[in-house]
Ligand binder design. Structure first.
Ligand SMILES: Nc1ncnc2c1ncn2[C@@H]1O[C@H](COP(=O)(O)OP(=O)(O)OP(=O)(O)O)[C@@H](O)[C@H]1O
Length: 581
């Protein structure tokens, strides 16, 4: 019971924001229309039920006039029913897509805001496969919430309408056993109720493990897909290393989990289906068994029997909502849990940024990037970098060295404000344009112009500006291919990608440029040429480079390094250079 209550509270929390959003009027309008149509459909089913009585009596009495009239009446009801059902589905689908669009936009916004996506990864497995949660779970949530919500409402309204009818019919066709009338008021209602309660309890008993199994299934499927995508993205590495057999083995192992869990679902579903189908079959015959004695004792006519069978079926169907919807409910609940986990993970990383004992990168009035009492740690709290105070001075070109794994890249991440683990303060000049160039730049799939302009919009720079930048970094052949679509990370050599990274910096003109081995794949003369280009085109830009080559020394004015000091690495000047390189 607590479980149901907490699921419903979660559904409410996830569902309600849409109906308070800027799209609320469209959403509420569509929802009202869909509900109104559902109520009209229930109203029609009451008319159909009455029609049974008149129609079958006409058949029994061989009354052609009434029979013909009732056929025409049925046709009118049927035409209205068809129109209602068509529009109900159509409007329901409209509501689904609008609601889903709103939720997807919201989740995308929260996930991509403020490096949350990166911090969620850092925090470990709190929300696995966010892609699946945003793409599939939102779709499932919207679809199933509407299905279940409207199905439940319809069952309740149907129940109220038909219980009244069935109660009346119980009086008209009293229970007749061994030639005796047994006056139990509303016995048909009680019969349907007892039958449905037993059915629901047994369904829950048999089907309960499906919830957890469905949750696992979605997770295994997403893991399998994710690993396929990874294999595709790293096709070249895998082919060069001849890693296919291992890759295949790993993928097969993951798929075996999908299959194993699916077989558990199948077995459980088989048991559940055996029960629910038997249950539904018995429900067809049960009302006839209950009223047949009265019919054969000639206490009621055929019409009443048929109307009773229809009403009993409807009441029983409404009461058995959980029996029929059980599998949908199980899928829905696991989707709700997944979305809840995703929302919680986002809330956790958002809360992380406001905690006191993290690294705070804040904008201040200084012109240098100043670190004070800074400690960077691993996500598990292990020590990494420490400094009581240090500044990257404005306008200076600094070379930053240190042993592998000492925390150079992590210090860059902290300056960019995306590494929260540790404590202390990093002062960033207010409104400073900071750019980080990694060893392996990221290019979105699209035109070369898109790729170089990123993260700015494509039209932030004219084709001429982009072509000039690409040419100046030594790629004249690419400068003529700016309109070409491609997966540039796959198509270009790492050296070419690094040149394009520098072209990106030339276009963006940052005030502070951090190069994390961003030219390491180039030969030394080309690397030196790119540094001179930066010096020439971005004269006021502060440059901090991580690099291992000694030839970089002459291209920088100051040299700082991380050196081991006990359990951590300390940051300090390695060798001061006063003259310009
Ligand atoms: N997301 C992460 N989760 C756990 N540990 C991490 C994570 N990112 C980095 N580390 C660890 O932090 C330490 C510093 O990593 P970092 O990438 O900053 O080193 P680096 O000095 O730049 O090394 P290199 O010169 O090899 O690039 C390493 O021990 C690394 O394993």
């Amino acid at each position: 019971m607590n479980n149901i209550r907490s699921t419903l509270a979660t559904v409410w929390r996830i569902a309600v924001p849409y109906f308070r959003s800027e799209d609320k009027w469209a959403g509420l309008g569509l929802l009202t229309a869909v509900i109104a149509i559902e109520l009209a459909v229930v109203g029609l089913s009451v008319l159909f039920n009455r029609w049974n009585n008149t129609f079958y009596n006409a058949l029994q009495d061989r009354n052609l006039d009434v029979f013909t009239y009732q056929l025409a009446y049925f046709s009118v009801l049927a035409a209205i029913n068809i129109a209602l059902k068509v529009y109900q589905l159509y409007l329901n689908q409209w509501l689904q897509i609008r609601w889903r669009r709103w939720m997807t936009e919201r989740y995308l916004g929260n996930w991509l805001a403020d490096a949350n996506h990166y911090r969620m990864q850092l925090q470990g497995d709190a929300a696995d496969n966010p892609d699946q949660r945003i793409a599939e779970d939102v779709k499932l949530f919207v679809e199933k919430t509407l299905d279940i919500g409207i199905g439940l409402l319809s069952s309740v309204v149907t129940l109220v309408s038909f219980v009244i009818i069935l109660w009346g019919l119980s009086d008209a066709a009293p229970l007749h056993v061994f030639g005796q009338d047994i006056p139990i008021p509303g016995y048909l209602v009680w019969g349907a109720l007892v039958y449905a309660v037993i059915g629901t309890a047994l369904t829950h008993y048999i089907g309960a493990p499906l919830m957890a199994l469905n949750f696992q299934q979605q997770r295994y499927e997403a893991d399998f897909r994710f690993n396929l995508v990874r294999a595709r993205e790293n096709a070249e590495q895998i082919a060069l290393l001849r890693g296919e057999p291992v890759e295949r083995q790993r993928l097969s192992t993951r798929f075996a989990l999908v299959v194993g869990n699916w077989i558990d679902i199948m077995r459980r579903t088989k048991k559940l289906t055996s029960f629910t189908v038997s249950y539904q079959q018995i429900a067809i015959i049960l009302p006839y068994v209950l009223v047949a004695p009265a019919y054969f004792a000639e206490k009621v006519q055929l019409g009443a029997v048929m109307q009773t069978a229809d009403a009993f079926g409807t009441v029983q169907g409404a009461l058995s909502f959980f029996v029929t919807a059980y599998r949908t409910l199980a899928e829905w609940q696991s989707g709700v849990m997944r979305l809840d986990g995703f929302e919680t993970a986002i809330a956790n990383v958002q809360a992380l940024t406001t905690k006191a004992d993290i690294v705070h990168a804040t904008e201040t009035g200084t012109s240098d990037i100043a670190l004070s009492d800074l400690t960077l740690t691993l996500p598990n709290g292990g020590p990494m970098v420490q400094t009581p105070g240090f500044s990257f001075r404005r306008g200076e070109r600094t070379l930053f060295t240190g042993p592998s794994g000492s925390g150079k890249s992590t210090l860059f991440r902290a300056i960019a404000g995306i590494w929260p683990f540790g404590k202390g303060k990093i002062s960033i000049p207010a409104n400073a344009a900071i750019m980080m160039l990694p060893q392996r730049p990221y290019f979105p799939v699209g035109t070369l112009q898109d790729a170089v302009a990123y993260p700015a919009e494509t039209d932030a720079f004219s084709p001429q500006e982009v072509a000039d930048a690409v040419r100046s970094v030594g790629l004249p052949a690419l400068a003529t291919r700016l309109d070409e679509d491609g997966h540039w990370n796959r198509m270009l050599s790492l050296g070419e990608q690094q040149r394009l990274g520098v072209a990106r910096a030339l276009l963006q003109k940052p005030q502070y440029l951090f190069l994390d081995e961003a030219t390491a794949s180039l030969d030394e003369p080309s690397e030196a040429a790119l540094y001179r280009l930066l010096e020439d085109k971005l004269p006021g830009t502060t440059i901090v480079s991580i690099g291992h080559r000694t030839t970089l020394d002459d291209l920088h004015q100051r040299k700082v390094s991380l050196t081991r000091s006990g359990d951590h690495f300390a940051l300090g000047d390695a060798k001061a250079r006063t003259e310009t390189a």
